[in-house]
Ligand binder design. Structure first.
Ligand SMILES: Nc1nc2c(ncn2[C@@H]2O[C@H](COP(=O)(O)OP(=O)(O)O)[C@@H](O)[C@H]2O)c(=O)[nH]1
Ligand SMILES: [Mg+2]
Length: 212
């Protein structure tokens, strides 16, 4: 069966869920390996993973969505289809989703968004971010690959990301919603803190240790 034939992604039974989304190659698999010990392929050819990967911890499900947006070797119809299936998944499971972690490549994000804007198109990242807010699903932006940005430029770049996501700068105002991280160097502290806090706030203290 090809992706075109699915009505929706397969759904796992769970009471609570954290869902990771992002364009392909932003570092989602690397983050999940570091954060929850998920044994997932890193640096695999984008577009190969076209179904969610699920990691179950008792009643808590951690889900790695397929990458969306442009992928070399994946036709546009299929890219659209993946986005539609992701949207559908959030609609179907909104009630149990504690938060969505939207992973972005800190260095590339603003350029990609502005290029799409310049063509009069809505960037996929922005479309999904707006959609999640409309559904009432809390979004945590993981600004990954921060190691690629010189220290002196980091605040400016993070402010730029906030502006595109309709969050008023300075980015420091949004410490619960944006986490500058580097999965490569293992600097995941801000994302760990946010996710642990959210689990505690949801009365899920027993799952705090799922986050390594
Ligand atoms: N510089 C840098 N590279 C990273 C970081 N995280 C992931 N990468 C690299 O980005 C590429 C894509 O990573 P992967 O986890 O497979 O991305 P995914 O497609 O989003 O799952 C790999 O070559 C990773 O080593 C990071 O924080 N900094
Ligand atoms: Mg991956």
């Amino acid at each position: 069966m090809s992706l075109q034939d699915y009505k929706s992604f397969e759904q796992m039974p769970a009471k609570h869920e954290i869902v990771f989304i992002g364009r392909s190659n932003v570092g989602k698999s690397t983050i999940m390996r570091e954060l929850i010990g998920a044994r997932v392929a890193v640096g695999r050819r984008p577009g190969v993973t076209q179904k969610p990967n699920y990691y179950q911890f008792g009643d808590l499900l951690v889900t790695d969505m397929p990458g969306y947006g442009y992928m070399r070797g994946v036709d546009r119809a299929k890219q659209e289809r993946i986005k539609d299936l992701i949207v559908r998944y959030f609609e179907d499971n909104a009630g149990r989703i504690l938060c969505a972690v939207q992973v972005v490549d800190t260095k590339a994000f603003v350029d990609i968004v502005d290029r799409w804007d310049g063509r009069g198109e809505i960037p996929v990242d922005i479309e999904l971010n707006d959609f999640l807010h409309d559904l009432g699903i809390p979004v945590v932006v993981a600004a990954n690959k921060i190691d690629k940005i010189p220290y002196a430029m980091r605040d400016g770049v993070l402010d730029g990301i906030c502006v595109r996501l309709h969050m008023l700068p300075p980015w420091h105002q949004w410490l619960g919603q944006i986490a500058p991280i580097s999965a490569k160097t293992g600097e995941l502290g801000p994302l760990r803190t946010i996710l642990k806090d959210r689990l505690r706030a949801a009365g899920l203290e027993r799952y705090v240790n799922v986050i390594k």
